[in-house]
Each structure stands twice: as C-alpha cells, then as structure tokens.
Design a protein around this ligand. Sequence first.
Ligand code: SF4
Length: 93
Amino acid sequence: MTANLTRRKLCQSAGVALMMLPVITVCTDASAKTNLSMREKLKYQSQPKEGMSCAACLEYLPGSSDQSVGGCKVIPEDDEISARAYCVAWNTM
Ligand code: SF4
C-alpha cells in the first residue's frame, strides 16, 4: 500500500514537472531586454514626437530589419527600442 502511494506521488510529481516544461522553456527563451529605469529617466515613449523618432536619431542601433526593434547607444542593455519611438535624448548632431 505504501509502495503504491509512493509510486503514485512520484508519477504525479513527474506529471506536474512535465506540464511545467513549456512554461520553463518560454521563460528561459525570453532574451529580449528592456531598461525600464533609463527609459523612464529619458521619458521614452513608443510614439514619435513632432516628427522626431528613433529611426532618425544618431543614437539608434537598428534591428535586423525595418520592422524589428533595435537598440540605443544612450539606453544600454535594451534591445526593444522601436524605430517609431522617441525620448528626450533624441539627437541628430
Ligand atoms: Fe530613440 Fe532616444 Fe535612443 Fe534616440 S536616444 S534612439 S530617440 S531612445
């Protein structure tokens, strides 16, 4: 009886572990980084402002395609910068 109970508990634990596998995979697969504190300091917004956008800023580091997000020299450790975004550090000089 005890052996059956232990085996049942072991199978239940294994089942739970298998069900969690996709969750763990998704969590570890998320390699995108966002630097929220710098974004806040620089008043980053996801929309252009008066014709100024990251795509036209010298600090922008474009993504692999026109549609993908990129980085910014002023906002380190952030690879989710939209070409259509804007912040107060916008620079064309
Ligand atoms: Fe965009 Fe600001 Fe970085 Fe320029 S400095 S690319 S406007 S986030």
